[in-house]
Write a protein that binds this ligand. Sequence first.
Ligand SMILES: C[S@@+](CC[C@H](N)C(=O)[O-])C[C@H]1O[C@@H](n2cnc3c(N)ncnc32)[C@H](O)[C@@H]1O
Length: 283
Amino acid sequence: MTATLAPGAAGADQEFTLSAADFARVRQLIYQRAGISLHEGKQAMVYSRLSRRLRETGQRSFTDYLGWLDRASGAQADAEWQEFVNCLTTNLTAFFREEHHFHALAQDLRERGGRPLRIWCNAASTGEEPYSLAMTAVEALGAAAPVRVLASDIDTRVLDIARRGVYPAEARGLAPERLRRHFLRGTGANAGHIRVRPELARLIEFRPFNLMNASWSALGEPFDVIFCRNVMIYFDAPTQRRVLERMHGVLQPGGLLYVGHSENFTDARDLFRLRGKTVYERL
Ligand SMILES: C[S@@+](CC[C@H](N)C(=O)[O-])C[C@H]1O[C@@H](n2cnc3c(N)ncnc32)[C@H](O)[C@@H]1O
C-alpha cells in the first residue's frame, strides 16, 4: 500500500517518507509531552529535525521510529523521548532581548531596598536570558546582589549550553562595557569566544523543567519574579490557561510575570493584572 504523503512532506528524492499519519502522530506526541501545538504545514521542519534521530536509532522509517518510541521502555526510552523533545523545540533567544523588561527589573530591584529576590527564568533556552537577568541584578545592586535565578527549560541540550556559559564573541545584544565587565575573552583555541565570569554564573541554578509537569511544588519557595517569554506562543489556549494557573500558584502575591512581546494574557484577569508593557502582576 502506498502511504499518503502529508502536504509539503519529504518525497521520493528524500531518504525517508513522512506520511500524513506519521506527521499527525508527531504532532500528537509533542503536544502530549511538551504542550507544543505544531501547526499544519510544519512537515518540512519535522522531517529535517527528526530524520537524524531515525539514522541514529537505526530505524528505517518514521512509522518504525514512532512505533519503537511508543513501545520502548526504561532508560533508553527516556533518553530517546528527551531527544525527540529536544529536536522539536525552537530555541531562538538573545542577550537583553526585549530590553525594556531589563530596565523595568533594574528599577524594581533598586526600589526593593536590598530585600532578597528570587527569579524563575523558565524556557531559558541557551542561557542568554538568565545571564541577562544576573547582569541586570549586578549592575543595579553590585556584585553582592541578593538575587537568585532558577533557570529551566524542557530541552536538556540547550540547558547544557547555558550551563557552560560560552558564546561567540560577537553575540547579539552585548554592549562592549558589558562584555568587559561580565565575560572573559577566550584566547588560543578559545579565541572568538567569551565565557560568563564565575561571579555572575554563581547567581544562577540551571535545572530541566517541563511546564507540563505536575510537580511544580519541587520548585520550592514562591518566586518574586517569573520570566516566561516566547514559549506560551507554542501552546494552545487551554494549555496557556493551565500554565498561568500554576504560575499564579508559585508567584508571591504582587509578584511579577514578564511575558514575550506577542503574548497577551488579559483573559486571565482573575489571576494577573497588566502592570506595564507585557508585565503582569499576580493578584
Ligand atoms: C523561543 S525560546 C524562548 C527563549 C527565551 N525565553 C527568550 O524569550 O529569548 C522557547 C523555549 O521554550 C522551551 N520550551 C518549549 N516547551 C517547553 C515546556 N513545555 N516546558 C519548558 N520549556 C519549554 C524551548 O525548549 C525553548 O528553549
